[in-house]
Design a binder for this molecule. Structure first.
Ligand code: PLP
Length: 401
């Protein structure tokens, strides 16, 4: 019986042996085999990419991480999914951006060029433009609002087009279908950071991307208490990623994988509610004189609306608002006086968040400028009652002078 994804998320990977709703947390470094022959034949299966119920050594994960991979593979409709964690690697940037590093390095070929829209998450900007230089990989920025700019910047040396959609905090929305078909014609790999929508609302591998990155810390976890990354891949790149994964030591702990499985059971319900709540909140925000702009792809008056509708089946709870004011302090007071929107980073958890974003905090943005007397606040609309969220915003907006 073909199940809908909502049903699949509820029934997948229950533990048949323990008879529990979620898989057991299996922590293991040593994995025992009955004989050497059994060990060798298992290793052969693994090296051929065959699906297994356990690995031959704990560095690759355990039954718990395999179960999470099984769920994500179906959700992403990808050839396979690899998992990453924070905390591995002594160099800080790897920790901050472990899955981007992971994705990036499998294509590490000296003297090649990557094309990246100038709207990506700031640590991704730093990683690609600064760290990759050390490996003689050049990053070229293009204007995310201008497909011709991307086309004009591609050369014979271009190996990868890496997009983040929508743009971090500024929410530019690109024609992803156009990008994928152009890249295929030119034989260029494509990768996307799909954290904002997740594979529940948009399936990049199905559209033709080779790699799809999701910070599982956000909506997959949904409870702001675990960090993890997921990298879904197409068949074309699977072997390269598998090899890199094998030699890199990337691994998600069984405990964290368990928490992501528990969170992902309700991904559909949570995301649909984030979407519904956000639409109610932006309807109210759009009537407020102090708000100059709302940056949210499912906003019928936004430039991105048509493209969002073409490719995505829903929208998450992350948006930005632009407040008009001559007094930055009063906008800080607005954020400080919010009672239900906590001040803090990360997003995708059940609760609402707000953070003031300076232009500098968004990194080296060449195609997005915050105008004078405009202030960008990133909001994450959580699962609270929207009447309460709107009252909170209403009270706090009084502080804006
Ligand atoms: C779009 C996007 N991608 C990736 C990340 C990094 O995810 P993590 O916090 O799991 O390292 C973030 C974090 O905020 C993000 O906003």
């Amino acid at each position: 019986m073909k199940k809908s994804i909502r049903t699949f998320l509820k029934v997948a990977e229950k533990d048949e042996i323990a008879r529990s709703a979620n898989p057991a947390i299996v922590r293991a470094s040593t994995i025992y085999f009955k004989t050497m022959q059994e060990m060798r034949s298992h290793q052969k299966k693994i090296s051929k990419g065959k699906k297994v119920l356990h690995w031959d050594y704990g560095r690759q994960g355990s039954q718990t991480t395999i179960k999470l991979q099984n769920i994500l593979r179906e959700l992403e409709q990808s050839y396979d999914v690899f998992l990453t964690q924070t905390g591995f690697g002594a160099v800080a940037v790897f920790n901050i951006n472990k899955f981007c590093f992971f994705a990036n390095f499998i294509f590490k070929i000296s003297k090649t060029i990557w094309i990246i829209p100038n709207c990506v998450y700031r640590p991704t900007q730093k990683l690609t433009s600064q760290l990759l230089k050390e490996f003689k990989i050049k990053t070229i920025w293009y204007d995310p609002n201008n497909f011709d700019d991307l086309k004009n910047k591609v050369t014979k040396k271009t190996k990868l087009i890496y997009v983040e959609n929508p743009g971090s905090n500024s929410f530019e929305f690109q024609d992803l279908g156009k990008i994928v078909s152009f890249a295929k014609r030119k034989n260029i790999y494509t990768a996307i950071d799909n954290t904002w929508a997740t594979a529940y609302y948009f399936k990049p591998i199905k559209l033709g991307f080779d790699l799809s990155i999701t910070s599982a810390t956000k909506y997959y976890s949904g409870h702001s208490d675990v960090m993890a990354g997921s990298l879904a891949v197409s068949k074309k790149v699977y072997k390269k990623v598998w090899w890199y994964n094998h030699v890199s030591g990337y691994r998600l702990s069984a405990d964290d994988a368990y928490l992501i499985i528990r969170g992902i059971r309700t991904l559909d319900l949570r995301l649909d509610k984030h979407h519904e709540n956000t639409l109610k909140v932006i309807k109210w925000l759009s009537k407020q004189k102090k708000i100059a702009k709302i940056l949210y792809p499912h906003n019928p008056s936004s430039k991105s609306y048509k493209l969002w509708k073409k490719y995505y089946s829903g929208a998450s709870g992350l948006l930005s608002i632009i407040i008009k004011s001559k007094s930055k302090n009063s906008v800080y007071s607005f954020v400080n006086s919010l009672k239900l929107f906590g001040i803090g980073y990360s997003w995708g958890g059940y609760s609402s968040l707000a953070v003031y974003n300076d232009q500098t905090e968004m990194g080296d943005r060449r195609f997005f400028k915050i105008e004078k007397n405009h202030h960008l606040i990133r909001l994450h609309v959580g699962l609270e009652d929207t009447n309460d969220l709107i009252s909170d915003l209403k009270n706090a907006l009084r502080k804006v002078k």
